[in-house]
Design a protein around this ligand. Structure first.
Ligand code: DOR
Ligand code: ZN
Length: 355
């Protein structure tokens, strides 16, 4: 028996749509088609493009691409190498936050000099988030600086017990700090490296079963789920030096609905993690007429051939899912129905942040 449920449109605060620069992997159209096919109605795009979003010119170029191509709503991050801090006040209103790399990953934009890291925390406007990629001790550095300069700090893709324990401790001490985990760190473990090889290589790396259990057991300390949707081509992933990253914007909500059907979390938890908290943390309000309709009973298999992402593969191909996204509405318009995108490039709007 079908059971159709209306849920708010989900918000993915961490995607890499590769546009401009690497549109052979993804672009604002294909990436946002993948989003709506997966029940995601807003995406926040990261700044580690081939030409990083460290300048106003680069930001403007990206804003143009997004405005012309996106089919869902979107926000953009500004990036930093520590040498563009004089632009922070000027750009803050145009972006959802600042992304700071403290650990090495795609694009190699890590800020290694502690004085520059300190300057970044000092200069970034206090009302807006700094989203940090920090593994290992760099988490302590980020927490220390956010506490010193009173920043809003969000640690993204927390992947293991070691990192989450540090965050739980800081939260218990009353620090204003939030975090997210990715679906791949909730559903895949490091043993996948044997079977999937380069296709399972991601930063932070997939962790042990014990780590995954710890994330699930402590879902109450986790503020959001975000995909870190990082499309790379199959050819690259099969190559000698596979780039880090997994696609995921299209499969996050299905995987989570399936977990709800298995009673691993409640629907309320799901809405808290991928709708309510993203709005609270980043300070914006989603339109009431932005919602999705799902059949919580329908079963199907995730198949590469049905994906909208340009990279054309998923680490979850072959997985059986209970919970199918039927219809998606954005600001009152039906944008996706029964496997088809119904709106044209440019339908998506930039998310308006609260002041
Ligand atoms: O695996 C990753 N890939 N982790 C990141 O932090 C960045 C991403 C990418 O841009 O490909
Ligand atoms: Zn990322």
């Amino acid at each position: 028996m079908p059971k159709i449920l209306r849920l708010p449109g989900f918000i993915d605060i961490h995607v890499h749509l590769r546009d401009p620069g690497q549109t052979n992997k993804e672009d604002f159209y294909t990436g946002t088609c993948a989003a709506i096919a997966g029940g995601v109605t807003s995406v926040f795009d990261m700044p580690n493009n081939l030409e990083p979003i460290f300048s106003i010119e680069a930001l403007e170029k990206k804003e143009r691409e997004a405005r012309e191509k996106a089919v869902c709503d979107y926000g953009l991050y500004f990036g930093t190498d520590g040498k563009n801090t004089e632009l922070f006040e000027k750009v803050a209103r145009r972006v959802v936050g600042l992304k700071l790399y403290l650990s090495l990953t795609t694009g190699k934009y890590v800020v290694g000099n502690p004085d520059l890291v300190s300057l970044i925390f000092k200069k970034w406007p206090k009302k807006k988030n700094i989203v940090v990629h920090a593994e290992d001790e760099s988490i302590d550095l980020a927490i220390r600086l956010a506490s010193k300069y009173q920043n809003r700090l969000h640690i993204t893709h927390v992947s293991n017990k070691y990192s989450l324990k540090k965050i739980i401790k800081a939260k218990k001490e009353g620090l204003k700090i939030t975090c997210d985990v990715t679906p791949h760190h909730l559903f895949l473990t490091e043993d996948k490296l044997k079977s999937m090889k380069g296709f399972a290589m991601v930063k932070p790396p997939l962790a042990s079963e014990d780590d995954v259990d710890f994330l699930w057991e402590n879902l109450g300390f986790i503020d959001c789920i975000a995909t870190d949707h990082a499309p790379h081509t199959s050819e690259e992933k099969k190559g000698e030096i596979p780039p880090f990253g997994l696609p995921g914007v299209e499969t996050m909500v299905p995987l989570m609905l399936n977990a709800v059907s298995q009673e691993r979390l409640s629907l309320d938890d799901l809405v808290r993690l991928i709708n309510v908290n993203p709005q609270k943390i980043f300070g914006f309000k989603q339109d009431k007429e932005t919602y999705i309709e799902v059949d919580t009973q329908e079963k199907y298999i995730i198949e590469n051939k049905n994906l909208f992402t340009k990279c054309g593969w998923s680490p979850y191909a072959g997985w059986e899912i209970r919970g199918k996204i039927k219809n998606v509405f954005i600001r009152g318009t039906k944008v996706f129905s029964e496997g088809k995108v119904l709106v044209k490039e440019g339908f998506g709007k930039q998310v308006q942040m609260d002041d």
